[in-house]
Design a protein around this ligand. Structure first.
Ligand code: NAD
Length: 459
């Protein structure tokens, strides 16, 4: 299958001729990409709607607008980001001028998932190109319409030996991973993340892994409960819960659980009506396999709202589960769908027992007005990133690093940090010739005491 790809693309001559390093070239292509994407705006909405009935509104706010703002950011700041950065020199290097030079890693492989198929393919791609790399993108095979569209856009804008999109499944991904890359950027599940890390290790290729996990949402009895319910319903059921940073489950103070469940029900009906299946704003599960996986999670649990599964249309209603056991199916793995388990606590030890039952999550959310409680949670648990009194929105500030820790991922990106992610930082000293103290040169006799004094003074 890949013989033709091998011949054609694995030389990626655009880089070997140094063409992609030119800032003018990068800017020309970034601008062309922006203009092509803008001209395909409606096609993007249509593709995502065909793939899993995602609404135009959600596609705009969570994919299209973010891609355009990444492009704007890169176009505006590229010259500044790419410029060698002067740092102060040290007494040891004096006289000198010291710099950090940014250089592209080289040939970058980006493997992207289906859940935000437009954004999670293009955001890293934009920054890899900004940093001067060549790119091979492998978009998800599960969102066929979006992957087709992405491939078309890339083909229109870039020469094949500069940036290219190769569509295919795990088999194609495996073949691509067997090649030697200069950088691999992977977004997807934890099990596949391990496969990617193993493949990268064979060639000592640096890698960013943007993975998932079970992200808790902890609510104490000082929280503004109605607002918390509204924000959690928004973040949990956005994209039908198929969001890596969606709150996976709630841990709430036992005394306010019942009131909270009633508020959640009210908000779900307010958002999607009595029958969310009829709502144009509520997407479908990506495929039959995932619908089946989620349906299995509902077995032998106490469903207090929703719970309707229609396998023929991949529909699962927004669902609330009351107090599932920690060893139940729904608490076993990342949910990644519109099912919200609600667990309770009495003491901080209860919270600790639940949160530490799982690997370090990608996100953690706290709803509280008690500063001590908030700081306790933030300082006790390790997680990729989070929000106090809201969910998801830390993703939207490009000045904040986005990434996991432990099994939820390694490395981070967004904004300028994405440019740095795809660049090697080269340390350069430009040494002056007008002074050359003899202290460092042999013979060392009678020099050590003086050197120690200097070291003491300056350290
Ligand atoms: P996935 O791991 O199944 O697939 C991701 C990509 O890997 C796809 O392009 C797929 O073709 C490829 N792939 C699948 N199996 C492979 C294999 N055996 N070898 C090599 N490549 C393989 O993930 P998904 O189902 O597309 O996405 C859902 C997962 O991604 C969830 O766990 C979610 O939390 C995570 N995710 C994380 C982020 C983040 O930014 N941290 C964002 C979105 C999704």
């Amino acid at each position: 299958m890949l013989t033709f790809i091998r011949r054609k693309w694995f030389t990626l001559p655009a880089l070997s001729t140094q063409k992609t390093k030119s800032l003018e070239t990068r800017l020309v292509y970034l601008k062309a990409l922006k203009s092509e994407i803008l001209s395909k705006e409606q096609a993007v909405y249509d593709a995502l709607n065909k793939d899993f009935k995602k609404s135009e509104f959600e596609t705009y706010v969570s994919e299209f607008s973010l891609v355009i703002s990444q492009l704007n950011l890169a176009i505006k700041n590229l010259n500044k980001w790419a410029k060698p950065k002067r740092v102060s020199s040290s007494i040891i290097t004096f006289p000198s001028k010291d710099y950090i030079y940014k250089e592209p890693y080289g040939n970058v492989l980006i493997i992207s998932p289906w859940n935000y198929p437009f954004l999670l393919a293009l955001e890293p791609l934009i920054m890899a190109v900004s940093a001067g790399n060549t790119v091979v993108l492998k978009p998800s095979e599960l969102t066929t319409h979006t992957s087709q569209l992405l491939t078309g856009i890339i083909k229109t804008v870039f020469p094949e030996d500069y940036v290219t999109s190769i569509q295919g499944d795990a088999q194609v991904s495996t073949e691509l991973l067997a090649k030697k890359w200069d950088y691999i950027f992977f977004t997807g599940s934890v099990p596949v993340g391990k496969i990617v890390a193993e493949a990268a290790a064979k060639h000592l290729t640096p890698v960013t892994l943007e993975l998932g996990g079970k992200s808790p949402c902890i609510i104490d009895d000082t929280a503004k409960l109605k607002l918390a319910a509204k924000r959690i319903v928004w973040g949990k059921f956005f994209n039908a819960g198929q969001t890596c940073i969606a709150p996976d489950y709630v841990i709430i103070k036992r005394t306010i659980k019942q009131e909270f469940i009633e508020l959640l029900k009210h908000e779900i009906i307010d958002f999607y009506g009595e029958n969310p299946k009829e709502s144009a704003d509520f997407p479908r599960i990506i495929n039959e396999k995932n619908t089946q996986r989620l349906a299995n999670m509902l077995k032998e649990t106490n469903v207090v709202f929703g719970g309707i599964v229609e396998e023929t249309t991949n529909y699962i209603a927004p669902t609330l589960i009351d107090e599932p056991a920690l060893n139940s199916e729904v608490m076993n793995d990342e949910i990644f769908g519109p099912i919200l388990p609600i667990l309770t606590y009495e003491t901080k030890e209860d919270i600790h027992r639940i949160v530490t039952n799982f690997d370090k999550p990608l996100s953690l959310y706290t709803f509280s007005n008690d500063k001590n409680f908030i700081e306790h949670i933030l300082n006790t648990y390790s997680f990729g990133g989070g929000v106090v009194n809201d969910v998801l929105i830390h993703f939207s500030n490009h000045k904040l690093p986005f990434g996991g820790v432990g099994s939820s991922g390694m490395g981070a990106y967004h904004g300028k940090l994405s440019f740095d992610t795809f660049s090697h930082s080269k340390a350069i000293i430009k040494r002056g010739n007008w002074l050359d103290p003899s202290m460092r040169y042999a013979p060392y006799k009678n020099k050590l005491n003086f050197i120690k004094k200097i070291f003491k003074y300056f350290s």
